[in-house]
Design a protein around this ligand. Structure first.
Ligand code: NAP
Length: 295
């Protein structure tokens, strides 16, 4: 059984997601489709896609090829760019490409709506839930700064359940105000880029900590980071282009967790550094902390 996290609307979201928005997969639709089926058959039952990745149709194909029923799979997609008049059409086109209504629809970033109109945009999505276009679909957002979250909360009658953002130990200090709001409003984190401390910022102060824990547990450092992410109560949105790695990722569902001491040490050491890989949204009007990048 996949690990799940309970959302504020009562649904259980699988805590491990495979994204088809990373560069290796975007290069080839066929690869996104065939790997997606391998992912689902391996027991990772959550696929993360987006209009902007152009992999929604492949997500639907993966589901068909896997032989799994729709109810056994969680699909997250994201509204990437549209005008207010076009929201309904754009969502309907996503549904047609996916072959079903997604389980979760996110606003991909705060610049998808026109400036100053995030709250208004949210109400358009709510209207689509109410008129049945998005029947049963949960709503959320991605790459939102504190002021963007507050704009939604000021108008929301359907509460956002998830916030997808770059999340790993090296962004924790910067994210403090964002995470405080999520706690206040019961919004679950979906963590993309969770392997950044080993892939995009290797050799930082977490290296010896991850090595020590991974040696003790007999797993690799990436596995330790993904376990840490899920034990923090976040959905780990990772990916792999290699069937063997996909099978390894699926074993996370049944793996024993980290100790409290491991969890605290990773967090404490991670918070001494600030490093963000995906800079395009969360840095504008949201200053980074005055910390070294730890290299
Ligand atoms: N909302 C947004 O704006 C946004 C932005 C970025 C990403 N995303 C979503 O998040 C997904 C994942 O993003 P990401 O690429 O940043 O994730 P990531 O988990 O940080 O990195 C994934 C990479 O890690 C490698 N990997 C997998 N397991 C590993 C392990 N145990 N040890 C070492 N390396 C391992 C994979 O390589 P191999 O292929 O070699 O296995 C893969 O290339 C995307 O596909 C997309 O769906 C969303």
């Amino acid at each position: 059984m996949p690990r799940t996290i309970r959302l504020s609307d009562g649904k259980q979201i699988p805590a491990l997601a495979w994204g088809n928005g990373s560069s290796g997969l975007l290069a080839s639709g066929e690869m996104a489709s065939s790997l997606g089926a391998i992912v689902l058959r391996a027991g990772i039952t959550h696929i993360d896609t987006a209009q902007g990745y152009h992999t929604e149709a492949e997500t639907g194909e993966s589901l068909k090829a896997s032989g799994l029923s729709r109810g056994d799979v969680w699909i997250t997609t994201k509204e990437t760019k549209t005008t207010p008049e076009d929201v309904k059409r754009s969502v309907e086109e996503s549904i047609a490409r996916l072959g079903s209504i997604p389980d979760l629809l996110l606003i991909h970033n705060p610049f998808v709506p026109e400036h100053g109109k995030i709250g208004e945009f949210w109400t358009y999505l709510e209207a689509l839930v109410h008129d049945g276009t998005l029947k049963g679909c949960s709503l959320g957002f991605s790459n939102f700064r504190p002021k963007d979250i507050e704009e939604v909360m000021a108008v929301a009658t359907i509460k956002p359940v998830c916030h997808q953002l770059e999340y790993h130990p090296y962004v924790l200090t910067h994210l403090e105000p964002v995470l405080a709001l999520q706690e206040k409003y019961g919004i679950v984190t979906e963590a993309y880029g969770p392997l950044t401390p080993i892939l995009r910022h290797p050799g930082g102060p977490l290296k010896p900590v991850l090595e020590k824990i991974s040696q003790r547990l007999g797993v690799d450092a990436g596995t330790v980071l993904l376990l840490w992410t899920m034990q923090k109560g976040a959905v780990a949105v990772t990916t792999s282009t290699k069937p063997d790695n996909i099978k390894k990722l699926a074993t996370l569902n049944s793996m024993e967790g980290l100790s409290q001491e491991d969890m605290e040490e990773i967090e404490r050491v991670g918070k001494t550094v600030h490093f963000r890989h995906y800079k395009e949204h969360m840095t504008k009007d949201f200053p980074s902390p005055d910390l070294p990048d730890g290299k």
